[in-house]
Design a protein around this ligand. Structure first.
Ligand code: ATP
Ligand code: MG
Length: 418
């Protein structure tokens, strides 16, 4: 039988890569916690209607990309394709809104979409995201965008651009939608098949098409910013002004409509020049209608999600990160010595040292070689004769100096040399 392989579109994150993930997670969580966002962890699967209702049935995600199955109790279950719907479900279920104030939440974890796998696009992928619930203020939009740019800056990423648009209120979009249908209908036969389908179901999404001919046609389509009513317009103007006040550069992109139905007003993406085709590292926007749509009390909200795989691809282009070496490599030979080394290594770890114990049982020369390769600063050597006399050899692997010390003094000597 052939060996079983990881499923297409999924990836093992090996120890040499995990270090980048940990760096990303640490950097992001530090910045999120500083702005007093609290981590929330919701289940990886949910009832299918949560996503149908939350994301919208006419979207690609719900229409084509969800991993949906019937469980043994005949329920329709979906592996979450994104984080917001689950967070909002939890927010409503646990009445987090009861405080009446503002809730700042963040999450990270695996998401699932049945897509064509390629660099930066997988079927199981990971997002880190935040949701700010309870504020309608333009300052809220700018706070979340600023946190995103802070994280990317702290990671040392360059060549990024913030694309900004407003998709207006539901009412603004109603009028705009009609204008788009009027504009695209004469070109109907020149649009890609997906976009022909969208013409009746979800015409805004035509603007987001990756098809070249459709893009060409979409260039002259009506601009949503011309369809915003006064309130929507003034909200968007405030967002722009405040971003400028904070020194955050942005580009207006009237074709930015985002894939999910729940967005209202501000929509944004952060794009990298260094990623090729899958260039968006962060996408987000305001979703004032989602909480009521999912049965909660009316709560304006805004959030974003970053694609962690794409960020890792960028981090790997920067300086290489290496896993931390042990402080001590512990070598032993002979039954008594091996057993005692196990106890001593445990004791050293309790005193805060990072210790790797050689378990090979091979001769000292072979163990020393592995010690050299481990990157440790100190090699401890214990044989049965050392056990008899209560001593141990301490070898400094940086300068090859070796001394014999009494086991009672070991902690003191290690503290001085590490
Ligand atoms: P795209 O246009 O690239 O498909 P999207 O609009 O579907 O993105 P969102 O739902 O906004 O993506 O998700 C936010 C971010 O999550 C994206 O900007 C991207 O970085 C990442 N992402 C989305 N889908 C995938 C995937 N299949 N594999 C890896 N990362 C993904
Ligand atoms: Mg997508």
């Amino acid at each position: 039988m052939d060996n079983i392989q990881a499923i297409r579109g999924t990836k093992d994150i090996l120890p040499s890569e995990v270090i980048y993930w940990q760096h990303l997670e640490k950097t992001a969580s530090k910045i999120l916690e500083k702005a007093n966002y609290h981590e929330i962890r919701t289940p990886i699967f949910e009832q299918t209607p949560l996503f149908e209702r939350g994301i919208g049935e006419a979207t690609d995600v719900v229409g084509k990309e969800m991993y949906t199955f019937t469980d043994r109790g005949d329920r329709s279950i979906t592996l979450r394709p994104e984080g917001t719907a689950g967070v909002v479900r939890s927010y409503i279920q646990h009445k987090l809104f009861a405080s009446g104030g503002i809730d700042r939440l963040w999450y990270s974890g695996a998401m699932f979409r049945y897509e064509r796998p390629q660099a930066g696009r997988q079927r199981q992928f990971h997002q880190i995201g935040l949701e700010l619930l309870g504020s309608r203020a333009a300052r809220a939009d700018v706070e979340v965008i600023a946190i995103a740019t802070d994280i990317l800056k702290a990671l040392g990423l360059k060549n990024l651009s913030l694309q900004l648009n407003s998709v207006g209120s539901k009412e603004d979009r109603q009028t705009y939608r009609q204008a788009l249908v009027n504009y695209f209908t004469p070109y109907q036969n020149d649009l890609d098949t997906d976009s022909q389908d969208r013409l009746t179901r979800n015409p805004l999404r035509i603007l987001d098409s990756k098809d070249q001919k459709t893009q060409e046609i979409a260039k002259n389509a009506p601009n949503i910013l011309d369809f915003l009513q006064d309130d929507s317009r003034s909200h968007f103007d405030k967002v722009c002004t405040l971003l400028t006040d904070l020194g955050i550069l942005y580009e207006l992109n009237p074709r930015l409509v985002r894939g999910l139905d729940y967005y209202t007003h501000t929509a944004f993406e952060i794009i990298s020049e260094d990623l090729g085709a899958q260039a968006t590292v962060c996408g987000g926007g305001r979703y004032d209608g989602l909480v009521t749509q999912l049965g909660g009390v009316e709560t304006p909200a805004i959030g974003w999600a970053m694609g962690m795989e794409r960020l890792i691809l960028l981090l790997e282009q920067l300086q290489p990160l290496k896993p931390q070496s042990p402080d001590i490599y512990f070598v032993s030979r002979g039954e008594k010595a091996e057993n005692q080394a196990l106890v001593m290594a445990q004791n050293l770890r309790q005193h805060g040292f990072k210790v790797e114990l050689d378990l090979s049982g091979s001769n000292f020369a072979k163990q020393f070689k592995r010690g050299d390769r481990s990157g440790a600063k100190i090699c401890l050597v214990l044989g049965d004769s050392e056990v008899e006399t209560g001593i141990i050899q301490v070898k400094n692997l940086e300068n090859a100096e070796q001394k014999t010390v009494s086991q009672d003094q070991l902690l003191e000597i290690l503290s001085l040399s590490l």
